[in-house]
Design a protein around this ligand. Sequence first.
Ligand SMILES: NC(=O)C1=CN([C@@H]2O[C@H](COP(=O)(O)OP(=O)(O)OC[C@H]3O[C@@H](n4cnc5c(N)ncnc54)[C@H](O)[C@@H]3O)[C@@H](O)[C@H]2O)C=CC1
Ligand SMILES: O=C(O)C1=N[C@H](C(=O)O)C[C@H](O)C1
Length: 244
Amino acid sequence: MLKILVNGAKGKMGQTVVAAVQADAELELAGQTDAGDDLAAAIKKSGAQIVVDFTQPSARLANVRTIISSGADAVVGTTGFTEEDLKIIDAESKKLKRAVLIAPNFAIGAVLMMQFAAQAAKYLPSVEIVEYHHDHKADAPSGTALKTAQLINEAVGQTAPPAVESKEFLPERSQGARLGNIRIHAVRLPGFVATQEVMLGALGQRLVLRHETINRESFMPGVLLACKKIGGKAGLIYGLEKIL
Ligand SMILES: NC(=O)C1=CN([C@@H]2O[C@H](COP(=O)(O)OP(=O)(O)OC[C@H]3O[C@@H](n4cnc5c(N)ncnc54)[C@H](O)[C@@H]3O)[C@@H](O)[C@H]2O)C=CC1
Ligand SMILES: O=C(O)C1=N[C@H](C(=O)O)C[C@H](O)C1
């Protein structure tokens, strides 16, 4: 049985991961930690082989470093990682011969949406993203929206800019934040878990790719698969699609 420690275990995702690990015959729940606990000591004491981390964007890098330097592999859903963070993690995890899988979204449908969006943008290069989340979310735009925009920009080079720059009448950008020419709009409202629309417009037509997450169990098959697949690897694996 693979020994799993859940970091952020008191949180919305942490609690769901604890239940999913307990229900899986191939996995053993070795420990649970949250803010204020000594993560390194808990890993060593429990003999955990893998730490699943769903915590806070502000704690993202420190947690991964603690996990791999304490002798465990990491499956990370926490958002907020920058390009620089990812380079650091890849280098440090290779040196320590540990695997770190970071996925901005563990729901298979969301992974497909991102792939389809990157494909579609090659033919429909005017793109905007609208993401909708619960109003307790710590970060904006979502990790999924950022990854989607990155994948599209990688696939297309540069998407099309809007035909004109509309004048803004409020100091905040009512037309969204931008990654390249892709505008990203973040809605925060009670009543959502996570939804994302990628809108691709062209003359007289629109393609809308919409993924809806209605509960946090949706992320669990991806998290459990990651726990079972990363053993024996070294370095950073960025995105669930890399192990599907
Ligand atoms: N990759 C994915 O598929 C998904 C990623 N997320 C991301 O996971 C993260 C957590 O989301 P939620 O569970 O909704 O948040 P939450 O706020 O419900 O839970 C976070 C938990 O982490 C704990 N925590 C904060 N700092 C910590 C630290 N330094 N060490 C240990 N524990 C710490 C908090 O006390 C809390 O219990 C966010 O970044 C969110 O965007 C959420 C859903 C899916
Ligand atoms: O905070 C959340 O809830 C979610 N966070 C991830 C993100 O930022 O993309 C994944 C999913 O959207 C839910």
